[in-house]
Design a protein around this ligand. Structure first.
Ligand code: CAA
Length: 381
């Protein structure tokens, strides 16, 4: 139980929970099987304001806090992690940098379409040569009069196949020996000549979410689609990921909570040696451990989100939340399978999906190893 929510926050949480319970949970296995989140679900989420959670009302958003974003993410991911990451990237990785770094014209042009779910947003930083070492990206954006011309290959773009707008990072500085200062952020619309979206990746988990590569071949975009200051794109990328990492930590809390709930339910039903297996200390300790970890991870998520809302430094806190929450989500998924035994290993029970979905939280938006680098640098600076 979380005690520090305001009435509004509690209402937002309850709205998300009711929707997730009624609309998402019954369809999550099918979303996983079919490899697609139905657009109708995203439209329903838009009606609740969940496709523009932190975007101001002026642009059609719900104008809510980062804490509310986290609360919604936890509830949505408790039911369906594929839907969870789809809306996380749309809100945190695409709209958030436009809100923070965009010009008034960019906000007016893109945010209403995104918040109303006419358009879906994506974020494209990783490249085949630069994953954890994001600053080593080699895609280029060369200024040519009133345009930038983009060339390069991007990979692991969440929402790649369904997105209408991409926040793309490329090297605009001519001096390639300059690492970070040469990177800029751009807004690229789907359908721009020279932008080709790659095939849908077949993944272990979050199978309903779309992941693709992007290929830029002399892709010419208007110069006014530069997002933020030329040469300051790496900071845009990192500030955006500070928020995105709170979203993935929330996703991990949601998955862990689902693991605990299924484990409590199953252990009370399953009889062995003439009694419910929940009467065994071996099971009780697993449940107690899961519950304690979930509460601790939730508090880390809330702290990071509240700091971001207050405009205070939160890079370390977001990294800690993601590091811890992703670890305990994987532990919870592992224990949930163990509690279920053989039936946990087959697809008839949802814990098999939770196990597959949990793993990515330790990888995307910065691996656990990168989160440890971020935390330790803050400690040692
Ligand atoms: N906010 C603002 N600025 C920041 C920042 C932050 N959180 N972190 C760093 N910076 C600034 C630094 O202050 C520095 O600026 P100056 O040059 O002016 O001093 C500049 O950025 C470079 O910083 P570092 O020297 O720390 O950079 P680095 O090369 O050592 O990299 C890193 C740091 C933390 C390892 C970074 O590369 C990183 O986060 N890597 C992981 C990348 C990642 O998370 N990728 C996920 C992609 S998205 C995804 O997963 C797919 C999806 O769609 C979900």
């Amino acid at each position: 139980m979380i005690l520090d929510l305001t009435e509004e926050e509690e209402l937002v949480r309850k709205t998300a929970r009711d929707f997730a319970e009624k609309e998402l949970k019954p369809r999550a296995a099918e979303i996983d099987r079919r490899g697609e989140v139905p657009r109708a679900i995203l439209n329903q989420l838009a009606e609740l304001g969940f496709m523009g959670i932190i975007t101001p009302e002026t642009y059609g958003g719900a104008g809510l806090s980062n804490l509310c974003l986290a609360l919604i993410q936890i509830e949505v991911n408790r039911a369906c992690a594929s839907t969870g990451v789809t809306i996380s990237v749309h809100n945190s990785l695409c709209q958030s940098p436009i809100n923070r770094f965009g010009t008034e014209e960019q906000k007016r042009r893109y945010l209403p379409k995104l918040t109303q779910c006419e358009w879906i947003g994506a974020y494209s930083l990783s490249e085949p040569v630069s994953g954890s070492d994001a600053g080593a990206l080699i895609s280029t954006a060369v200024r040519d009069g009133k345009h930038f011309v983009l060339n390069g290959t991007k990979n692991f773009v969440t929402n790649g196949g369904i997105a209408d707008l991409f926040v793309v990072f490329a090297r605009s500085g001519r001096d390639l020996s300059v690492k970070h200062a040469a990177i800029s952020a751009f807004l690229v619309e789907k359908g721009t000549k020279g932008l080709v979206v790659g095939k849908h990746e077949t993944k272990m988990g979050i199978r309903g979410s779309s992941t693709t590569s992007l290929f830029f071949e002399d892709c010419r975009i208007p110069a006014e689609n530069l997002l933020g200051v030329d040469g300051e794109g790496f900071k845009v990328a990192m500030h955006t990921l500070d928020g995105g990492r709170i979203g993935i930590a929330s996703q991990a809390v949601g998955i862990a909570t689902a693991c605990l709930e299924e484990s409590v339910k199953y252990s009370k039903e399953r009889q062995q040696f003439g009694v419910a297996i929940s009467s065994f200390e071996a099971i009780q300790w697993k449940l107690a451990e899961m519950a304690t970890n979930i509460d601790a991870a939730t508090l880390l998520v809330h702290r990071a989100a509240r700091l971001r809302d207050a405009g205070r430094p939160h890079t370390k806190e977001a990294a800690e939340a993601k590091l811890f929450a992703s670890r305990i989500a994987n532990d919870a998924a592992n224990e949930a399978i163990q509690i279920h035994g053989g039936v946990g290993y087959v697809k008839d029970f949802p814990v098999e999906r939770f196990f597959r979905d949990a793993k990515i939280t330790e990888i995307y938006e910065g691996t656990s190893e990168i989160q440890r680098i971020v935390v330790s640098r803050a400690l040692l600076k």
